[in-house]
Design a protein around this ligand. Structure first.
Ligand SMILES: [Zn+2]
Length: 205
């Protein structure tokens, strides 16, 4: 074959508005409530900025709350269907730390903080990243019902599967605020101002 036609690398960029937003936040966020407030803020801004869906994630040190990385969904901006907020945040944390293992014993314990239960893809990405705790605003049907995104055939015992691998799960931080972000996105979809990409079938619900 003519190998010159093959792509040989890909990259994902954090949109420029994200560092601008972070300039107004401290380097460390002491409480889970503070950390989720930032995640919900980023998730709310992301669709309006045209990058992708209403999803954001950050990696922080568990004890200090120091922000290690930030991710938003950039599927539309990057043209890559895997560029979900969790993949972006985890990959940027691993790039910053120079390691594929965010659970290495010589570093502070790290959390992934996310504005909802990850989708089928991102449950795997999170599980294999090495983070020791996953913190979500919620995990019920509200995300799919309000945004119309397809989160995939996630097992009912997904949280138990994480716990069985030594990854703690915390659910229900600033839940109502996260639901309102999804409701706002649903209104944008209804008004023709937002896209529900690649959700060609929702399967059995
Ligand atoms: Zn995902």
């Amino acid at each position: 074959m003519d190998t010159s036609v093959l792509a040989t690398s890909f990259s994902v960029d954090l949109p420029a508005w994200v560092p601008d937003e972070l300039a107004d936040w401290p380097e460390s966020l002491p409480t889970l409530d503070d950390r989720m407030r930032l995640v919900n803020r980023l998730a709310s801004r992301n669709p309006a900025e045209g990058n992708g869906g209403p999803f954001a994630a950050i990696v922080t040190e568990r004890e200090s709350g120091r922000i290690v990385s930030v991710g938003v969904n950039v599927v539309l901006a990057s043209g890559l269907s895997s560029a979900h907020a969790e993949v972006v945040a985890l990959s940027l944390a691993q790039t910053r730390l120079g390691s594929w293992d965010l659970g290495a014993a010589d570093r502070p314990a790290l959390d992934l903080i996310n504005n909802w239960r990850p989708c089928l893809q991102c449950l795997g990405s999170t599980m294999w990243s090495g983070v020791q705790r996953l913190v979500v605003a919620g995990s019920g049907p509200e995300c799919e019902d309000l945004t119309r995104f397809d989160e995939g055939p996630v097992r009912d015992d997904w949280a138990e599967q994480f716990e069985a691998r030594g990854i703690e799960v915390v659910d229900g931080v600033r839940r109502a605020e996260a639901v309102e972000v999804f409701a706002e996105y649903g209104r944008r979809v209804g008004a023709g101002a937002a896209t529900v990409y690649n959700a060609r079938g929702t399967g059995p619900r």
